[in-house]
Design a protein around this ligand. Structure first.
Ligand SMILES: Cc1cc2nc3c(=O)[nH]c(=O)nc-3n(C[C@H](O)[C@H](O)[C@H](O)COP(=O)(O)OP(=O)(O)OC[C@H]3O[C@@H](n4cnc5c(N)ncnc54)[C@H](O)[C@@H]3O)c2cc1C
Length: 389
């Protein structure tokens, strides 16, 4: 089979190597507009479950990834300067560039043809000369746009603004920090992903963004402003830019996932808000699911139909949880009146995937403290008909 893949991100590279591993005779080419060492952003995260899938799909990639990553099991919620730790949430972080380099090396080892610094402007030409064209070209996919009449994408630009930085301050565990300022509420999502660096994503609503005056600020002024907002958390460390820009999250769904011999994969196909840390995980798991369909089905069309049939419900479930989480962050200002423990509980249960029972299993101490806090709050209320003493 001749396979062309547009996009050498996690989805494109992993699918390429899995197909080549399945059948050495496949001719697999990845077309990537960047150089191998170009990247945006900092670190990405995986859950334990994803790592188990990676191990089953390709042991050498799994071994290389697990040698390079940082792991933790705590979520820390910082509100009103108080840190609440919730255990039992196992995650691993890795630098995005490190992950890409591991996947590139494994592709090269297996004989995938990697073509860097090629911006594909006419996907139809590549589609015509192969058995399968994969649009793994990210959130602003050209392939999706070119065939939008067939894929029927639903794109929604969300309300909050966010910006992706790094910092040398090491946050051990996923740390969600909130500060209420005169301009409004700022949230930071941060986690250490190697020995020296943490990802630090800042998010705020549009009104806060406008009041803070970011529109007129340079990159350096913005970083200084945000470093001052989070000074108690950064302990004097600067925010590091990597061509960082304020953006609005783009929620992507597609009614149809393939058209003739063309299929979308990863962020081109669907996005899930970064607050549930699933973008890279879903991209890699898409690749595993699609490669499996080619192992079982006889024709390209049958494999693509099977991919959509089996994978779509899984993606819809993640997108639903991610959407609930996104809404919580869009309305963070409505929750900041809560005391730290109640605030942390609300945050942990925001996606509705984790509930009281689940949290109790993960971290009984946290639930004990939370229950003590709410019964304490009840006792402190003046007696009324609705709240008898
Ligand atoms: C702020 C933020 C934080 C995030 N945090 C996390 C996190 O903590 N954990 C996590 O798992 N995920 C995270 N993600 C998401 C993650 O980065 C993506 O979901 C993931 O990289 C998707 O992989 P992909 O291969 O589908 O797309 P991408 O990684 O976007 O790769 C697409 C590739 O296609 C190339 N390309 C595009 N168009 C063309 C063209 N015409 N010709 C040639 N090449 C082209 C691009 O250069 C790029 O290399 C985050 C994203 C953002 C924005």
């Amino acid at each position: 089979m001749k396979i062309n893949i547009i996009g050498g991100g996690p989805a494109g590279l992993y699918f390429a190597l899995l197909m080549k591993r399945q059948q050495a005779a496949h001719e697999v080419t990845v077309w990537e507009r960047n150089a191998p060492d170009d990247t945006f952003g900092w670190g990405v995260v995986f859950s334990d479950k994803t790592l188990a899938y990676l191990r089953d799909a390709d042991e050498p990639t799994y071994q290389a990834i697990t040698r390079a990553f940082a792991t933790w099991d705590n979520v820390d919620v910082v509100h009103r300067g108080e840190k609440i730790t919730i255990r039992g949430n196992k995650f691993s972080g890795i630098a995005r560039i490190k992950l890409l380099n591991i996947l590139q090396a494994r592709c090269a080892e297996l004989g995938v043809d990697l073509r860097f610094r090629v911006n594909v402007a006419a996907p139809e030409r590549l589609a015509a000369e192969c058995d399968l064209l994969v649009g793994a070209d990210g959130v602003n996919s050209e392939v999706r746009a070119r065939y939008s009449a067939h894929f029927q994408p639903e794109l929604s630009v969300r309300h909050n603004r966010y910006i992706w930085y790094g910092t040398r301050q090491l946050f051990h565990g996923l740390t969600l920090t909130f500060h209420e300022t005169q301009a409004g509420v700022f949230a930071a999502h941060s986690y250490k992903f190697d020995e020296t660096t943490s990802t630090f994503i800042v998010e705020c609503d549009e009104a806060t963004w406008t009041r803070a005056g970011f529109e007129a600020q340079t990159d350096e002024e913005t970083r200084r402003y945000l470093a001052a907002v989070f000074s108690a958390d950064l302990h004097g460390h600067a925010l590091l830019s990597n061509n960082s820009k304020w953006i609005n999250f783009l929620l992507v769904k597609n009614r149809r996932w393939s058209y003739n011999n063309i299929v979308l994969l990863g962020d081109a196909l669907h996005t899930a808000h970064f607050s549930i840390g699933s973008g890279t995980k879903l991209a890699l798991e898409d690749s595993i699911a699609l490669a499996r369909c080619f192992a079982h089905e006889q024709t390209v069309l049958a494999a693509l139909a099977e991919f959509e049939r089996g994978r779509k419900p899984v993606i819809e479930e993640y997108q639903h949880a991610a959407y609930e989480s996104l809404l919580w962050f869009e309305h963070a200002r409505d929750f900041v009146h809560l005391a730290p423990l109640q605030f942390a509980y609300s945050l942990m249960t925001r996606s509705k995937k984790i509930d009281y029972e689940n949290l109790k299993r993960r971290d009984p101490e946290f639930i004990k403290a939370y229950e003590a806090a709410i019964s304490g709050a009840r006792l402190a209320l003046p007696p009324t008909d609705a709240n008898p003493s």
